[in-house]
Design a protein around this ligand. Sequence first.
Ligand code: SAH
Length: 220
Amino acid sequence: MEYGLGMDSQAVRQKMVSNLAADGIADARVLSAMGFIERHRFVDTALVNQAYEDTSLPIGLGQTISKPGVVARMAELLLNGRADKLGRVLEIGTGCGYQAAVLSLLATEVYSIERLRGLHDKARENLRTLRLPNVHLLFGDGMVGFVKGAPYAAIIAAAGGEAVPQAWIDQLAVGGRLVAPVISGERAKQALMVIDKTPGGLTQMVLETVHFVPLKSGIA
Ligand code: SAH
């Protein structure tokens, strides 16, 4: 028994993966990455029993680890059916580092920015034993992106604001795709926004309603 997870964690994780597939996640590489990364290692001991439920969980400092269903959905949107790996990916909002770990299996390089020092340090600790050499954790304000890694094949935000910062659009490669929760409409609800940067300009889709923590500027 590990960490009080009543069953062998592999079996519980495979159950989560079959639920994701039943909920419509079809990309085999996404499902395999979700089955490989041990989500229970990214949450507090007291929450380990809930680690494979499709729910967000507190990770400290008022932030949450995203629902597995949302992590898988966004990864699938980023891959967009392509056969090869993604190139460089920028993640805004490292949190506990779970999504960065999942993305590391789907991309050549992952640059992940966190604005809260406490969580940046926690992610570093969580990822240490996984030894994922292509994950680069950065402490800073993700609203300005990370110019040194640009241009990115994909940009993914784990926190939602009123609009997509221009810096993210600028740092997206032509042919690249951005997925972010954005507040829209009269009822101020968040929805997933997908922006493709094509040679002819930007195209935009607004998809389902989501619930992410707010995108905030500055560091703390
Ligand atoms: N990717 C995480 C989700 C973390 S929650 C996972 O794997 O589950 C979103 C994170 O975004 C929070 O930790 C929050 O502090 C961070 N965040 C919010 N605004 C940010 C900004 N401007 N730059 C960097 N991180 C930000």
